[in-house]
Design a protein. Structure first.
Length: 342
């Protein structure tokens, strides 16, 4: 049943903002030195005729959303072009509802159709579905922002039965033995109230990042900010470090975890995570590193809170049995979590 708080999209504007990184960021086999952010302004109207504008922005991280041997420039331009296509689809999208409902329907029909159409004549150069989702995410953020602005409430307070027409069973399919578990449940049921005012920051340690003074060759930026990990920990009081690994060089990955772990312990950081960025094709690669840490550096092993993406991006194409890894440490899925129907 429709609600008086429902909205629909009326106008869309798109901007592209080029950004150069302060230092190169290496993750997996890719290195990022620049990125384009897509910024979206989206105007909506309510059933009483009032309108409001919301904003959304996300980096078009080419290397992350589209790992490929294709030239960077080709992938970069393709993402920007697809954002323009998505903008056109949103401008034509006249579905009424709550942003969760509008966005879900758009993803199922308009976005998937635009993606398939775009790839129809790109044999061997197809854009991944993850890339399409990231392009669309800025529009989705703007939609939710506009909804809260229209009604003068924090958007996160609207993910309830009072504001939404559909419960979670419309978006998620339960396993047969849990049938009905999403009935009359809403996103707010899984959010923490009152919201925490502080959260621990995970500082990303890139594959090219300098760790201590021994790495500093004097070529780093002279802008008043730290250039080595040890100084970042001291300056910001960091407690959690996310370590980007190669996934194809076990010796380097092990040594990197050891060095970061030692610096973390010396400077008072508490937790580490190991991110393999979809480069691992055999779980044994990961379990051998973990077992070596447990045997030779148990204090570093104990600091390792979870392991991220120890499997390829394309889970359907390259399924891996990672139970041996999860028996040692919790697993975190990132890039591969783009299709919950798998």
């Amino acid at each position: 049943m429709a609600k008086s708080t429902d909205i629909r999209v009326k106008e869309v504007r798109v901007y592209f903002l080029p950004v150069s990184t302060r230092v190169p960021l290496k993750f997996g086999v890719e290195t990022l030195t620049e990125v384009t952010c897509v910024r979206v302004a989206l105007r909506v109207e309510g059933r009483q005729g009032k309108s409001a504008e919301g904003w959304g922005e996300t980096p078009l991280s080419v290397q992350w959303v589209w790992p490929s041997q294709l030239p960077y420039a080709e992938r970069h331009e393709a993402l920007k072009n697809f954002c323009k296509i998505v903008a056109g689809r949103w401008a034509e999208w006249s579905v009424w509802g709550h942003p969760m409902e509008i966005g879900h329907a758009f993803q199922q029909y308009a976005l998937s159709d635009a993606w398939r159409t775009y790839n129809a004549n790109r044999s061997g150069r197809e854009m991944p579905w993850l890339a399409a989702l990231v392009c669309c995410s800025a529009f989705d953020i703007a939609l939710h922002d506009a909804y809260g602005r229209l009604h003068g409430v924090p958007t996160y307070e609207t993910y309830t039965k009072d504001w939404m027409n559909l419960d979670l069973s419309a978006f998620l399919k339960a396993e047969p033995h849990r049938s009905g578990c999403f009935d009359n449940r809403y996103p707010a049921d899984f959010l923490r109230y009152p919201r925490p005012e502080t959260l621990p920051v995970w500082h990303l340690v890139g594959g090219l990042d300098w760790l201590d003074e021994a790495d500093d060759d004097g070529s780093g930026p002279d802008d008043g900010y730290p250039v080595v990990l040890r100084d970042w920990i001291r300056r910001d009081g960091l407690k959690c470090l996310k370590v980007k690994l190669r996934g194809n060089d076990a010796s380097w990955d092990y040594d990197r975890l050891i060095r970061v772990g030692q610096i973390a312990r010396e400077e008072g950081a508490l937790w580490l995570s190991a991110d393999f960025n979809c480069t691992v094709h055999d779980p044994v690669y990961v379990t051998e590193i973990l077992d070596r840490l447990l045997r030779d550096a148990p204090e570093v092993y104990a600091m390792l809170l979870y392991v991220e993406q120890p499997f390829p991006y394309e889970l359907e194409e390259f399924p891996l049995n990672v139970r041996a890894v999860s028996a040692r440490k919790p697993l975190f899925m990132d890039e591969s979590a783009h299709d919950w129907t798998l």
